[in-house]
Ligand binder design. Structure first.
Ligand code: DX5
Ligand code: ZN
Length: 217
């Protein structure tokens, strides 16, 4: 995979009628990681998609990053998404008391293990566990198209300071051409972008513009 910063388009805002075509557009523009947002109607109010959405993107040569906004992901969902082709599985610190167990389960299934925190969740979780990826939510999870919470920049910087160097620091929510640069300057390495990519008429151009903004911070 190429170096940082990276932009990971989120298919939450894509046209599901032509999902693979939409993803091909950003892949041809250089995207290597695709973000798949899974919502259970409990941890967050909406329902989004399940393992078939992941399976639909299998075999395209992309790294599928599954963001599980679901309660108790350790019961069945980690195994289901690993089998559906996930390369990275991200769970939420707020979604289970069994965070360490769930992270171990992700690794047992051969995936990279990610841990996300909501805007109000303190960062000290990361002092207790080892993760391949840390996800700082820069909006409250559940919906695309929300505004970047400005106070997140300080949190990103704090997280970068406490995380080991090899842990990828990702941000998710409200990333566009104006917020990508400041997020990278604060320490973010992978930026999820949904509506700013797939909510536009030209996802490839939007992807390239956000990446350029991230690179020129
Ligand atoms: C929000 C999801 C995000 C969402 C981001 O709960 O986790 O990944 O797709 O959407 P934008 O980029 O529109 O804020
Ligand atoms: Zn997400």
């Amino acid at each position: 995979m190429s170096g940082f910063p990276q932009v990971a388009p989120s298919i939450l805002s894509a046209d599901f009628g032509v999902l693979r075509e939409q993803v091909s557009l950003v892949q041809e523009a250089g995207a290597e990681v695709i973000h798949v947002d899974i919502m259970d109607g409990h941890f967050v109010p909406p329902l989004s998609m399940g393992p078939p959405a992941c399976e639909a993107l299998r075999g395209m040569g992309l790294h599928l990053e599954v963001h599980l906004m679901v309660e108790h992901p350790e019961t069945t969902q980690i195994a289901a998404f690993a089998e559906a082709g996930a390369g990275t599985i991200i769970i939420h610190a707020e979604a289970t008391p069994a965070v360490d167990y769930a992270l171990g389960l992700i690794r047992d299934h051969g995936c990279r293990a990610g841990l996300a925190v909501n805007p109000a969740t303190p960062t000290d979780f990361y002092e207790e566990v080892e993760v391949d990826l840390a996800l700082c939510m820069t909006v409250n999870p559940g919906w695309g198209g929300q505004g970047f919470i400005p106070g997140s920049l300080e949190k990103i910087a704090r997280m970068r300071e406490l995380l080991p160097e090899q842990t990828v620091l990702e941000v998710d929510g409200g990333i566009d051409e104006s917020t990508a640069g400041p997020a990278v300057a604060a320490g973010a390495q992978r930026l999820v972008a949904g509506s700013a990519v797939f909510g536009t008429d030209d996802p490839a151009a939007a992807y390239r513009a956000i990446l350029a903004a991230a690179q020129s911070r």
